[in-house]
Design a protein around this ligand. Structure first.
Ligand SMILES: Nc1nc2c(ncn2[C@@H]2O[C@H](COP(=O)(O)OP(=O)(O)O)[C@@H](O)[C@H]2O)c(=O)[nH]1
Ligand SMILES: [Mg+2]
Length: 440
């Protein structure tokens, strides 16, 4: 899967942002004019950057826009800061003042690498002292640039130099935000990783699902051995492998299973452990067991926040507000999980937990009503209400950075967050065991 990176172009009006975007992408995509405020909406254009691959260049409205409409545009620009992997800050005429400083501050808050471009340098060249000062104060590269050079060769050369700076900053961005692999830190050379992949009616025709493929690849990349089997083959395999190698040493490093069959798999693992203890007389032999959804949560999002969020599930009470964040709007199975499965499961679980806590039978628990609110895609999160919990979807359609930024806006307000997979694991009582191998 090829990843598309996002680059936002920011700055005041009339600094030549749209002209620069057009030049970079080699196409007339944004309307350019000397009238301030021409670009009213963010314009995205795809371009291929050498070494980096496909990128969306996002042209934004000037941050110095005024009036009600202007304010809306400025807000939208702020939203884009949350979505991009790196920023290009355009200024000109050596005017580096409040707007530019505010932007740098916003980038810094988001841990967003930035390249500063002094445009329109044909009109007024970049002041070298200013450049040095910006570099030492903010640690940014400042590139002197012009979109309107007469000499075609010189323009081409300048553009190439600019792109090489973009590549440099993008590398920094990638290094900072690279998604972790699904098994990061869990598999070393020679490790045997058993992947339990049920092929049932829910499995896609003729292929494996993404987390399974990712896990196989990760094992291969690390020189491990991937054993892929269905639940029905697991017990026999584990027994043989334990018998052969004689116990824990050099044996199965980890079993990863689909959550749907977690309990069944856990029972098998327990049986094998007990059988080994009985036949060898050596106790305490454990085969670590986790689930694909726990591994995905660990690879994709702010896992430590999710771990903290789990406690909040057990503190929910009647009338609490719960926010469901669906980052992929089109995916029907995800939608079903977010709109139906989680609300229903969470209310039932909470009712039973409250009943059990007060010594009542879970069977005649008083129903609990939670108020669910849904936010789709990267829409703005309504943070004016109090939420007892937020539940984020797996986030397969968004980047790690986008996901982490979104969740940061919640945790800053002390709203606990979990994700779909971890919530479902907790509701079905498997979270604790599935988390064990990944939380020591
Ligand atoms: N001389 C000169 N004019 C430029 C340069 N870049 C952009 N312009 C002009 O500056 C004006 C504003 O450009 P535009 O791209 O619309 O600015 P934006 O508001 O930042 O998007 C237009 O008239 C452009 O032709 C440059 O490097 N040199
Ligand atoms: Mg513009």
């Amino acid at each position: 899967m090829v990843k598309v990176r996002n680059i936002g172009v920011f700055g005041r009006r009339n600094t030549g942002k749209s002209t620069l975007v057009n030049l970079l992408t080699g196409q007339e995509v944004s309307i350019v004019s000397p009238i301030a405020g021409t670009t009213t909406d963010a314009v995205r254009k795809r371009m291929e950057i050498p070494e980096i691959g496909p990128c969306n260049i996002i042209d934004t409205a000037g941050v110095d826009d005024t009036g009600t409409l202007g304010e809306q545009r400025v807000r939208k620009t702020g939203k884009i800061i949350n979505e991009v992997d790196m920023a290009i800050l355009v200024f000109s005429g050596n005017m580096f003042a409040k707007d530019e400083k505010d932007l740098l501050e916003a980038f810094r808050k988001n841990d967003l690498p930035v390249l500063v471009v002094h445009n329109q340098s044909d009109i007024l060249p970049l002041d070298v002292d200013l450049s040095t000062e910006l570099n030492s104060l903010y640690g940014v590269d400042v590139v002197e640039f012009s979109c309107c050079l007469f000499d075609e060769e010189a323009q081409k050369e300048a553009l190439e130099q600019l792109i090489s700076f973009i590549i440099k900053v993008m590398y920094e961005a990638i290094r900072k935000n690279e998604e972790k692999t699904i098994l990061h830190g869990l598999v070393n050379k020679g490790d045997k990783i058993v992947l339990v992949c049920p092929v049932d009616s829910e499995a896609p025709q003729g292929r494996l699902i993404l987390p399974q493929v990712m896990a196989i690849r990760d094992v291969l990349d690390n020189g491990g051995v991937a054993v892929v089997l269905q639940p029905s083959e697991l017990e026999q395999y584990l027994l043989e492998s334990v018998g052969e190698k004689g116990g824990a040493a050099g044996n199965v490093k980890l079993v990863v299973t689909d959550s749907q069959v977690f309990k069944e798999v856990a029972e098998i693992v327990d049986r094998v452990e007990a059988e080994y203890a009985a036949s060898s007389g050596i106790g305490g032999f454990k085969i670590p067991l986790t689930s694909f959804s726990i591994l995905m949560a660990r690879a994709k999002g702010p896992f430590d926040e999710y771990l903290k969020g789990i406690a909040a599930i057990d503190a929910l009470k009647d009338g609490d507000n719960v926010l469901i964040l669906e980052s992929c709007t089109h995916h029907t199975t995800c939608e079903d999980i977010g709109r139906v499965k989680i609300p229903r499961g969470l209310q039932r679980y909470t009712a039973e937990r409250i009943a059990a806590a007060s010594g009542n039978d879970r069977g005649d628990a008083a129903p609990v009503k939670l108020n669910f609110e849904f936010v789709s895609g990267l829409d703005e999160i309504p943070l004016d209400r109090e939420y007892a919990l937020a539940v984020q979807c797996g986030g397969c359609m968004v980047t790690r950075k986008q996901l982490c930024n979104r969740i940061k806006s919640l945790t800053e307000k002390r709203i606990p967050v979990v994700n779909y997979g971890m919530l479902l694991a907790h509701l079905s009582g498997i979270a604790q065991r599935a988390l064990e191998p990944v939380t020591e």
